[in-house]
Design a protein around this ligand. Sequence first.
Ligand code: FES
Ligand SMILES: [Fe+2]
Length: 417
Amino acid sequence: MPLEMHTSPQVPSTTQIAATVPLGLDDYGDPVTYAEERRRLFSPARGPLYVGHDALLPTGRAHVRADGDDRVLLTRTACGELRAFANVCSHALRPIVTDDTVLTGSCVTCPFHHWSFQLDGELIGGRSMSFTEDERARLGLRPFPTTSWRGAHFSGDAAIGPSFRDDLDRVEDAFAAHGVADWLDFSDWVVVAEEDEAYRGDWKTFLEVYGDCYHVPPYHAGLASFADCASLEWVFGEAMHLQFVHLSRQAGRRSAAYAAWVEGLGDYHAARGERGSELAVVWSAFYPNVMLEFYNGLRVISVVIPTGPESYVNRVHYLVPRDMEELVPGLVQVILDAYGETAVQDRVLNESRYDGVVVARELDLGIEPYHPNLTGPAPELGTLHFHRWWRAEMGRRHPAARAGRPVSLSEFRPRNT
Ligand code: FES
Ligand SMILES: [Fe+2]
């Protein structure tokens, strides 16, 4: 059946994605483009923009800065609802919360002159000041609409719109079709480590590498012997992609850490009296910047935070099943070590891509900025989908989409139901 039969009008077909012209050299590291990206792509008012996950957030009445965006303040109300606001005080526009400390209690108090707000954003009052009803109504915290899905929270008008809902439904359908609908449930998973990793380069190169399975066999010996990239299956939404990859028959043997991961997983599932999935991992990306990684035995919440045209931070939280350490002592560290082995390699991939862009620009080489591999299971199709999305959101459609790019559609296993 032609692949296009599976796609909604909003979601481009794989043929359309394959015809995307990759971003140009001038789209990277440019201050004007970066300012435009901040306004268009990283807008908590427009969205959908990831702002946090229940696994990382307080459960009782509290407020905290968003995960991944300093400009957003999150509150948890008495009834458990999560709300998002601009992290800007209505007195004199200073950020109210300036670090990641969770502040418990029933109100938000700005540290500078002690104006305070209800957890629903309403102004309570300001020190030594009185307010008319009209002023009180005007001076509340500025709210953003939010949607919550599987513990993840997204802000912005588009987050509550139909196309994002369609994307989330598509994710649900794809996980169910692979028999791992329960992998979307984070309730029995606990955070065991977190880190902020600073990178040099344009933030987009991180999403490019994440949407590229082509580099895994040659560059990640350990990961490639754990996740069999020949089994790659793509799923695309309007602003997301998924990669389903099966466990490799090599059982991680090209890396001591990955081999121990596979062996420990067997012990873990045996201890629970269950049969483990044949999947090694589902890599999901919700554009612009959040990646939820569902490994067999590990969850990773990774958000790329641009800090300038040529710098960004990858904020990572690692989660494992609550009973893993008790059932298989030492397995948690084994898994973190294996993941870390691959992450060190990916840093080189991410930063070298940007280095090459800079050199090509300086030397005026006049070569194609990216020539993706779209043969077989099209291991770099995710990169092109990200480029396509970026062009559309930035209003920079390329006039000459490449026609007839060779791509073997018969080898895709579409799940865009
Ligand atoms: S800036 Fe917040 S109370 Fe003054
Ligand atoms: Fe990688």
